[in-house]
Design a protein around this ligand. Structure first.
Ligand code: NAP
Length: 282
């Protein structure tokens, strides 16, 4: 252990947070690069009512990085000194960088979506037909990335109002106006027309771990199927997509690539992606 009085802290805050893989992933990367004397990454269970106090502590203690997970990604924004334009468009911050007391908010979740998708496509998302099932916080960052890359987006959701709000906000924010549309879940039978299917609902985890948001009859071998759910890694959707011959992307890849981009913002070092991946997949 190389921690000293000069070591800078980075912290993930959430409620709950005890399940987070971020500390292990970032600390392994510090160690690999030999900068574990400069940085250490921990976690803190923080309730929403305490967020303002935490922001004061970040400034006064010189905490270098504040990673925000549920439910803090939106509520943190009003306490920051500045916000990156992309995070502003998405309307959520998962990364706060403290530079001598100036707190700037970023969103790296969208990169966690785009990077693995373009790797799987071996090319760009431009003009691809992308279906996102879900319209919550994860869907917002994923949808921003998809629209920003020039793909044609359809959001399928249980609540049409939530999906419409998401699409309206993103159509206003996107630099390339690409029309995005909204459909109810009973329209999922049109999925064979799409190139990419993304699950951004919580179906597949917790009490819904034996369920899938997409009937396997609608999955084809030309599809790329990306499940944002990462616990369990092998969701029913991922298993059935593989059975159908589709290319699959685990939710852990989103966690990895948002974390790699965040690592670079905190440390100014290139992220050792393979080291970080090996931690997530153990
Ligand atoms: P959220 O804001 O609570 O949104 C949940 C979404 O799931 C909503 O669209 C909701 O539909 C839908 N939903 C929930 N239960 C449903 C059901 N029984 N039937 C149909 N739709 C249902 O959650 P979130 O923060 O976006 O997270 C969504 C998932 O993404 C979670 O599993 C989370 O772990 C995962 N995630 C992964 C990463 C990663 O790095 N891999 C990052 C963030 C989140 P309504 O709008 O109709 O309520």
């Amino acid at each position: 252990m190389n921690i000293s009085a000069k070591t800078k802290m980075c912290i993930i805050i959430g409620d709950p947070v005890e399940h987070s893989l971020s500390p292990a992933m970032h600390n392994a990367a510090y160690e690999h690069l030999g900068i574990d004397d400069q940085f250490v990454f921990t976690a803190a269970h923080v309730e929403e009512k305490d967020i303002e106090t935490i922001v004061h502590a970040v400034r006064s203690m010189g905490i270098r990085g504040l990673t925000c997970t549920i439910p803090h990604k939106v509520s943190i924004i009003k306490y920051l000194n500045s916000i990156d334009p992309i995070a502003e468009k998405i309307g959520a911050v998962n990364t706060v960088v403290n530079t001598q007391g100036h707190l700037k908010g970023y969103n790296t979740d969208w990169l966690g979506t785009i990077t693995p998708l373009e790797e799987a496509l071996k090319g760009t998302l431009q003009n691809k037909k992308v279906a996102i099932v879900g319209a919550g916080g994860a869907a917002r960052a994923m949808a921003y990335g998809v629209i920003e890359k020039g793909a044609h987006l359809t959001v399928f959701n249980r609540s049409i109002e939530n999906a419409q709000d998401l699409v309206d906000d993103l159509n206003k924010a996107a630099s390339t106006p690409t029309p995005a549309t909204v459909k109810p879940l009973d329209a999922l039978s049109i999925l064979p027309e799409f190139d990419v299917i993304i699950n951004a609902t919580s179906i597949g985890m917790g009490e819904q771990k034996d369920e899938t948001p997409v009937d396997k009859r609608f999955i084809r071998k030309n599809h790329i199927v990306f499940d944002a759910v990462y616990a369990p890694r092998e969701t029913r959707l991922i298993q059935e997509a593989r059975e159908q011959g589709a290319t699959t992307i685990y939710g852990l890849e989103m966690l990895l690539h948002q974390g790699a981009a965040q690592f670079e913002l905190y440390t100014d070092h290139k992220a050792p992606v393979e080291v970080m991946r090996s931690i997530l997949y153990t």
